[in-house]
Design a protein around this ligand. Structure first.
Ligand code: T4K
Length: 406
């Protein structure tokens, strides 16, 4: 690893990259390998591989206990879990969602012929702004789908009040929020139901995986049937269903990783606090604060880049970091409304999404998790400090470089 003391030591100006291996955002947290192998062998010995086997049942109980919710139905991924939940709640017409989210949130609706109506955000939490939600309700609206982005809870009280008063279903895409709480209650207990993701990149992964969690007995029963083709017995179905089941290997991975949940959060917190110390005082770079009143997993290191102060743009910063083999990400650029099919269907959506548009151009996510340590964080921070220290000169050199290429 180069020490990166001067501008000439930056890879973007021809020096060797800081890291020989790529540093990713979203490297999986992996628990006790021996425990996982033991479970794998048990699965192979038992020859029970899927369809609600013992590991899936254990995983569901564990998630329900940790979330303090009555029902958990484990699924093959969160996207399918959202789709099944939306169908089970009989949503139709329009559902109000944020645009500043992973595209799966909107796709889960659109895939079923429901129009996602994109709503703007509260810039402090990056979640739905309830006042704007209310303005978007039409006679076609059947639901609201909030996203607890980065594990920051939506304004749950306001959304619950609106949904109740207007007779709408309330769903939370909690793909980022397993292990987080809001006002003393675990995320997973709000609205009609919530959906977690256990994808490889999440705090807890089951390789691929997701789950619907709810306190509603009837809804849980319906979802459980629907995620297994609708079967009520060997040869009868009561609903149209699909295959949304989690398999035993995924559940074994999920259970193994849950045993290290506290360790993962401890590492994340240590990383987050180190970034906070290292980046403190850097003009134009602000670390998204963690929610003070809640339990949080510190899973995301999200920077807000104010280009009027950094001079070097967010995208130039990304480019500089990528050249150093730090694969910083601009989640969730450009916003769903600027991706197909939404861009063509709602070409003017950006006009009513000023906060979304602003954030999509400011956010930069840095690597964290168990694959990242003190040395890497100090180094990434040093690169950012070096860039900001000489921002005007860097800008000049980047512009000159572009002119040369052009
Ligand atoms: N709602 C929200 C708000 C979500 O964020 C997501 C998923 C969903 C719903 C849907 O959940 P699932 O159906 O996936 O359960 C990644 C994930 O694929 C996606 O699950 C996640 N959100 C999203 C935020 O991030 P990409 O397209 O950025 O993935 P990719 O392949 O670029 O991976 C990210 C980084 O992680 C890479 O730089 C490499 C690293 N990585 C990835 C994988 C899969 C690894 O080191 N190992 C791995 O196995 O979407």
């Amino acid at each position: 690893m180069d020490t990166k003391q001067s501008l000439d030591s930056l890879a973007i100006f021809g020096a060797a990259p800081a890291f020989t291996e790529l540093l990713h955002v979203g490297r999986p947290n992996i628990g006790d390998r021996a425990r996982f192998t033991e479970r794998m062998n048990d699965i192979l010995d038992s020859k029970w591989l899927t369809n609600g086997g013992p590991y899936v049942q254990q995983f569901e109980r564990r998630i329900a206990d940790l979330t303090q919710v009555k029902h958990c139905i484990a699924m093959c991924n969160a996207t399918v879990a959202l789709e099944i939940l939306i169908r089970a709640l009989e949503c139709s017409g329009e559902v109000i969602v944020p645009s500043f989210t992973f595209v799966a949130t909107a796709n889960a609706l659109q895939w079923q012929g429901i129009t996602p109506v994109f709503c703007d955000l509260d810039p402090r939490t990056h979640t739905l702004d309830p006042k704007r939600v209310e303005q978007l309700i039409t006679p076609q609206t059947t639901g609201i789908m909030g996203v607890h982005l980065w594990g920051h809870a939506c304004d749950v009280e306001a959304l619950t009040e609106i949904a109740g008063r207007r007779g709408l279903k309330l769903i939370f895409d909690s793909a980022h929020a397993f292990g987080c709480s809001y006002q003393g209650r675990m995320i997973g207990t709000f609205g009609d139901a919530e959906v977690f993701s256990f994808h490889a990149t999440k705090l807890i992964n089951s390789l691929e995986g997701g789950a619907v969690v709810t306190n509603d007995d009837e809804l849980a029963r319906k979802i459980r049937l629907m995620h297994n083709f609708g079967f009520t017995s060997f040869d009868q179905t009561s609903y149209i269903g699909i295959n949304g089941k989690m398999n035993e290997v995924s559940a074994a991975m999920g259970l193994t990783n849950l045993e290290s949940l506290d360790d993962f959060i401890t590492v994340n917190r240590r990383n987050y606090e180190l970034y906070a110390r290292e980046l403190a005082g850097l003009e134009g770079i602000a670390l998204l604060p963690y929610p003070q009143v809640s339990k949080w997993h510190y899973q995301y290191v999200v920077l807000d880049i104010d280009e009027s102060k950094t001079i070097v743009t967010r995208d130039e910063l990304i480019d500089i970091l990528h050249r150093e083999n730090v694969l910083a990400r601009r989640y969730f650029y450009p916003g769903c409304h600027r991706m197909e099919p939404y861009r063509s269907s709602f070409p003017d959506a950006g006009l009513r999404l000023p906060e979304t548009e602003r954030l999509a151009n400011r956010v930069l996510c840095l690597p964290t998790g168990t694959a990242v340590g003190e040395r890497q964080i100090k180094f990434i921070s040093r690169i950012l400090k070096l860039v900001l220290q000489d921002r005007v000169e860097i800008k000049r050199r980047l512009s000159a470089k572009r002119r040369d290429v052009g």
